[in-house]
Design a protein around this ligand. Structure first.
Ligand code: NOJ
Length: 516
């Protein structure tokens, strides 16, 4: 069975994991220093949010050079060392490839803007249209995912350019064959250096409607979609994307045991597992894995999670493989969002995530119960937070430094250094690796136990899954392969609930795992 099917993937937000250079920002050498911890935890792969040179307007998701490491994070030699050290511990390294857009400082965009080096049409340029009074306006009504129009006038070129995120993140023109060729070469650069695969940023955005038709109107009443009254039919999920992914898959397959997981950004703010599943192709010819973010949008409820999981499983093609995620660098952490700080709830969610069918993705700090931080306006770094505060604090609350111990700066950086975001005060109150590592009752011990269990019980990775009829507060399922089986029963309620299987009633927030 391939590593990306049985393995557990751990997402590292490199700025926030461990600072070895002493500047208050995490780096590759810092990650390297913590590989023993990750090996001890038992994870199989790390996914690094972007580490490439970038002006950091969107903290690395605005790439200025795809084939180098930003000095903030280290050097190519640091990367090589990280790959070698990770592989030595049987940990794969997955990079974050942003194919939809580059930074406006990328030489490709600079060339395109100045119509140089044959790159005139590498980005999405348009003259726009003339309004009734002769005034020029963008060619259509497309809105950027971060708010505002998706078109910005470029006085240097005398045309509008498209950006589905910040104006500093111009969208590439994927209908131009040279763009695909160039981007695929960037991917090969990292595969040749030993990377084991990619997380593909907003991969369902890359191709746009050829005629640039406007999106239909659609009313959204709730924030943050209120700024975006449209159904993104024309600027997302275009059918040509699948052909590109098939070619990308062939490229990856040439390198053997690689993996691509796609971020399928939801349309209209609504989760659409069926859309995510289309990016798996026939199960073997497009992405290996595609994110479905349904679990992130559900309250702490057995019925709601069961419905989301069933919908996801039904959507996936026969030979396709699911993956599951509860937290990431764009969302409030599950520990805050749905667990409201309760370790009992976090234990339930960990068992749900790690014992389902498919590949679990953990977000750094999830295993010790890290929570969102409350940040002051002046502490915010994320452009989204700065724009929408106080309505929405942005994504910084879920990106604070990893909590290694309870001392100053939580062991993330030296005591005399100022971390790029403040450390959460819970580090001093037991929410740290050091405080939990040797405590068998800790959340960290629980995560580690579940990860080890996956390694010892074949049904937990390879087995079928069947949900059992149960009380609405109880989520129960069996996993079976060959003669080996497990029954997992989770009581989402704080009070006693009947067990759907033999055995006494379940205590509040009880997790029961029995093996056959
Ligand atoms: C999705 C990434 O997860 C997010 O962090 C980023 O801001 C946007 N894509 C734009 O690249």
């Amino acid at each position: 069975m391939s590593w990306w099917k049985h393995g557990v993937v751990y997402q590292i937000y490199p700025r926030s994991f461990h600072d070895a250079s002493g500047d208050g920002t995490g780096d590759l050498a810092g990650i390297c220093e913590k590989l023993d911890y990750l090996a001890w935890l038992g994870i199989d792969a790390i996914w690094l949010s972007p580490v490439f040179p970038s002006p950091m307007r969107d903290f690395g998701y605005d790439v200025q050079n795809y084939v180098d490491i930003d000095p903030l994070f280290g050097t190519l030699e640091d990367f090589d060392r990280l790959v070698a050290e990770a592989h030595r511990r049987d940990i794969r390294v997955v990079l974050d490839l942003v194919m939809n857009h580059t930074s406006d400082l990328h030489p490709w965009f600079q060339d395109s803007r100045h119509r140089r080096n044959g790159r005139d049409d590498w980005y999405m340029w348009s003259d726009g249209i003339r309004g009734p009074l002769g005034r020029r306006r963008p060619p259509n009504n497309w809105r950027a995912a971060f708010g505002g129009p998706a078109w910005t006038w470029d006085p240097e070129r005398g045309q509008y350019y498209l950006h589905l995120f910040l104006p500093e993140q111009p969208d590439l023109n994927w209908r131009h064959p040279a763009v695909e060729h160039a981007m695929f070469r960037q991917a090969e650069f990292w595969l040749d250096r030993g990377a084991d695969g990619f997380r593909l940023d907003v991969i369902n955005y890359i191709v746009k409607d050829a005629a640039l038709r406007s999106n239909p109107y659609r009313l959204h009443r709730t924030f943050p979609r209120r700024h975006d009254q449209q159904n993104h039919l024309r600027d997302r999920n275009q059918p040509e994307t699948h052909d590109i992914l098939k070619r990308f898959r062939s490229l990856l397959d040439r390198y053997g045991a690689t993996m691509a997981v796609g971020e399928i950004y939801p349309n209209e703010g609504v989760m659409e597992p069926a859309v995510s599943a289309t990016y798996l192709g026939n199960g073997t010819d497009e992405l290996h894995l595609a994110f479905d973010f349904s679990l992130l949008a559900r309250p702490f409820s057995a019925v709601r999670y069961r419905r989301a999981l069933e919908t996801w499983y039904q959507a996936i093609p026969g030979s396709g493989w699911p993956c599951h995620v509860l937290s990431n660098h764009d969302k409030s952490r599950a520990m805050t969002r749905v667990c409201r700080g309760s370790i009992g709830r976090a234990r339930i969610l960990a068992a749900m995530l790690l014992l389902q069918r498919g590949t679990p993705f953990l977000y750094y700090g999830e295993e010790i119960g890290m929570q969102d931080s409350r940040l002051r306006r002046t502490e915010l770094q994320d452009p989204l937070g700065r724009k929408y505060w106080p309505l929405f604090p942005g994504r910084d609350p879920a990106r604070t430094p990893m909590q290694w111990n309870g001392r100053t700066n939580a062991g993330f950086c030296l005591p005399g250094t100022r971390p790029w975001l403040p450390v959460h005060e819970s580090a001093a109150r037991g929410c740290s690796v050091e405080a939990q590592r040797d405590d068998p009752e800790s959340l960290l011990a629980w995560y580690r136990f579940l990860i080890q269990l996956r390694k010892t019980r074949p049904e937990l990775t390879r087995g079928d899954l069947e949900f059992l009829p149960s009380h609405r507060d109880v989520l129960a399922w069996t996993r079976r392969v060959g003669g080996s089986s497990s029954i997992i029963i989770l009581n989402f309620s704080e009070t006693m609930r009947p067990s759907p299987h033999e055995g006494p009633d379940l205590r509040g927030l009880e997790v029961r795992i029995t093996h056959g």
